[in-house]
Design a protein around this ligand. Structure first.
Ligand SMILES: [Cu+2]
Length: 759
């Protein structure tokens, strides 16, 4: 165990040892139950649901909640920080998806989207997660063109009538060998028949991970007196702390829930961004009322979120070596090249979100349900970079000032059975999005300030920046069950998303500033475009599901095609596009990082998700089965013919599972094809195909669960196909101060152990 791991181990586990033993000694009352439950959301065939029971082994050893979706059909993951990957569904990621945390539509408040919604839930805090891959019913999400992800902390449980108070808890910890990751979590709750109070907290911490095989980092860097070992992936460490306090009251027909969330991230480093998160604090309040009436249920929610986000250079960027000296010398004082310390460049982002939702579910007769709802949200954003050195002074650089995005939506959705063996769902949603941003300025307003700050700010400030968009979303699903062993579902949807504030209102063409505005991790610089129109997607999808009555075996296929008009892609920034900017006269380079501007184009995505299970044997030696998931996605820009950025190549996950007694084991093979279709405009890096083998086993006793596993058993060196460009160490502030062309490597061999105790 490394020194870091040891320190973390003590800091994490010692406070837990001080837990009141009285809590542990309580005898468990009868199992809790929820008297009033939220009405069932519509569930398309290709939606997947995972809860505490099914997440068991997967969530045992890591701090990345989005990472739990890695084996979900249709889902791929953009690499980012170690605890904040960005899910993509059918090739559409980030703000193109609707991601809800406890009913709140949260947004990343960072020019690199370092704090996406799922990063506010440690895997240990997750109660359930649902993925709507493909057609999303209008009641599940708007202002998005792809699928939806609905993540929730555990639903409140109360003591049964006439039973003594219910005291429950869970204590869990894990360790991972490769990056010295350590995590611990605690959940404790007390509930009577009508009242409940609970706390749920988790900490996850890891050092940089090591690649498999012989990864050679592009530049020698290191902390003082310590060069990064050649197989270490710079800027991949993290340390996250999440807390949720909840209180709930119920009567026979009403439930009131209050959830207070607090997150503190002292450090999350980014191998594919030029900055590191050196502080993220989120405070959230979420109040919900659920009422049951003769006619149906009413679900009302009000929430508030405040985020303070800070970036600067982490240790692997702060200390860099100007020459490949090979000597482990500490960096010289500031500015003393060639062995120098980067000066630092603070970047701060503050946001406030207020929102309210109201949803009514009306039971119309035996089979028909009508859902009516309204949503309102106001998001405010300030993104500013205080003065530092090296031309970045004397004032603050206002990247987005007084940014505002207001949404309001109304929807209606009917679900019913038009005939025996047929189920239908029809929905319409109207949404308005108003966005705006105030005037800006660069670090300096003096003539001749670097990077055309003065001219760019003047051009931006002269424009009318308020934008009003109105969207219509329409969804239809039709399911037929011609036989007990076959379900078929057809779906069609029109979905619209308004551009986010960073896409519309970042304004500087200075390469240094533009590279800081990048939420895809490709190492390039991005400039916003206030004239972007909303993206409109039309999707056609079907799901065929053949299965045994008890789903002992199944084969499911979901082909889909989506056409997106006004797809927000990017074009090279040049003088022809933005005269008087800092962009070059022409830009045709194919082997460097470049500056791009967001532009409406059009796109087409198609593909198929396949998943299935085949039972192999069931006898004295236990039950053996083979699970398989295969994903194929293709994405093209229809205007330029270019491939879309970050489309996961053909991939398969084959898992041989074995269950006997309390044992649950798996041998998993992950196969990923080479990524040859790349986005030319972004100089996207090609990645080679790879195969990985993972092994895991776990045992569940009555209250104790222990999991152990080895990932990347063969210690293969492989590039993450959606991990972006490796810019994790060295001089990242200069756009091409680092060599172009290295993809971020995945983790080498790693052993993990996890244990959890419920009481
Ligand atoms: Cu950030």
């Amino acid at each position: 165990m490394s020194a870091l791991a040891r320190t973390a181990f003590h800091r994490l586990l010692l406070p837990l040892a001080a837990l009141p033993l009285a809590v542990l000694a309580q005898t468990t009352a009868a199992p809790g139950r929820i008297v009033i439950t939220a009405p069932r959301a519509p569930v398309p065939l290709n939606a997947t649901h995972a809860d505490a029971g099914t997440l068991g082994a997967q969530r045992a050893a890591g701090g990345d909640t989005a990472g739990l979706l890695r084996s979900t059909p249709g889902v791929s993951l953009y690499g980012a920080g170690g605890a904040s990957s960005l899910p993509a569904i059918h090739g559409l990621a980030d703000d193109r998806l609707r991601i809800k945390v406890d009913g709140m539509d949260l947004m990343a408040s960072c020019p690199n989207h370092m704090n996406p919604p799922l990063s506010y839930l440690d895997p240990a805090l997750l109660g359930a997660i649902e993925v709507y891959a493909g057609i999303t019913p209008v009641s599940v999400g708007g202002d998005s063109i792809g699928g939806s992800i609905v993540a929730t902390t555990p639903a409140p449980q109360f003591a049964a009538a006439g039973e003594p108070p219910l005291v429950k808890g869970r204590l869990a910890a894990y360790a991972r060998s490769n990056n010295g990751a350590l995590g611990a979590s605690l959940a404790a709750s007390y509930a009577t028949e009508t009242f409940r109070l609970g706390y749920h907290g988790a900490r996850s911490r890891a050092g940089n991970h090591r690649a498999g095989g012989d990864f050679k980092a592009s530049t020698e860097t290191g902390r003082p007196g310590h060069l990064l070992p050649l197989d270490e992936v710079g800027s991949s460490a993290y340390d996250t702390r999440n807390h949720v306090l909840d209180a709930a009251l119920r009567s026979a027909d009403h439930l009131v829930e209050l959830k207070l969330g607090y997150q503190d991230v002292p450090e999350q480093l980014y191998p594919n961004q030029r900055m590191d998160m050196l502080g993220n604090t989120q405070r959230r309040v979420n109040l919900r009322w659920l009422g049951r009436f003769d006619w149906g249920t009413l679900d009302a929610r009000g929430y508030r979120e405040k985020v303070e986000h800070a970036m600067d250079f982490g240790p692997d960027r702060r200390y860099w070596y100007g020459t490949l000296s090979g000597a482990g010398l500490p960096c010289a004082p500031l500015g003393a090249a060639p062995n120098s310390c980067a000066a630092g460049m603070p970047m701060l982002t503050d946001s406030r979100t207020e929102g309210a939702t109201l949803a009514a579910t009306l039971a119309l007769g035996e089979h028909d349900t009508l859902r009516l709802g309204g949503e309102w949200q106001h998001y405010r954003l300030d993104d500013f970079w205080p003065a530092s050195g090296g031309g970045m002074w004397p004032g603050s650089f206002l990247n987005i000032a007084d940014g505002s995005r207001k949404r309001s939506a109304l929807y209606a959705e009917w679900e019913g059975r038009p005939a025996a063996q047929w189920t239908a769902l029809l929905g319409a949603r109207h949404e308005r999005v108003h966005s705006d941003a105030g005037p800006v300025q660069g670090y300096s307003t003096a003539a001749g300030a670097p990077g055309s700050q003065v001219a760019d700010a003047a051009r931006f400030n002269a424009q009318d920046r308020a934008r009003r968009d109105g969207h219509w979303d329409l969804t239809a699903l039709l399911r037929h069950q011609p036989a007990d062993s076959l379900d078929i579902e057809f779906g069609v949807a029109r979905k619209v998303r308004a551009p986010n504030l960073y896409e519309r209102y970042t304004w500087s063409t200075w390469a240094m500033a533009a590279t800081m505005n990048n939420f895809v991790g490709d190492g390039n610089g991005y400039v916003g475009n206030p004239d972007l129109r909303p993206e409109t997607a039309h999707t056609l999808s079907a799901t065929f599901d053949w299965h045994a009555a008890d789903r002992r075996w199944f084969l499911r296929a979901t082909p889909y095609i989506t056409r997106v008009s006004d797809y927000v892609d990017a074009e090279r920034c040049t003088q022809a596009l933005l005269p008087g900017s800092a962009c070059p006269a022409t830009s045709t380079v194919s082997d460097q990082f470049v500056v791009l501007r967001y532009a409406n184009q059009s796109a087409r995505l198609y593909g198929i998700d396949l998943s299935g299970r085949l039972p192999l044997a069931d006898g004295a030696a236990g039950r053996f089965a083979l699970d398989a998931v295969v994903n194929l996605t293709d994405g093209k820009n229809r205007r330029t013919g270019d491939a879309l950025y970050n489309i996961m190549p053909l991939n398969a996950r084959l898992t041989l599972t074995h269950k006997t007694g309390g044992w649950d084991s798996a041998l998993e093979v992950v196969l990923v094809a080479a990524k040859d279709e790349v986005s030319g405009v972004r100089n996207e890096i090609r990645t080679a195909g790879h195969g990985l083998v993972n092994l895991r086993t776990g045992h569940q006793w009555q209250r104790l669960r222990v999991d152990i596993g080895i990932d990347n058993l063969m210690d293969r060196l492989y590039a993450l196909p959606l991990g972006g460009a490796y810019v994790g160490q060295g001089r990242t502030m200069s756009i091409n101060g680092l060599p172009w062309g290295t993809a971020v490597p995945g983790m080498g061999r790693s052993v993990h152990v996890a244990a959890s105790l419920t009481f």
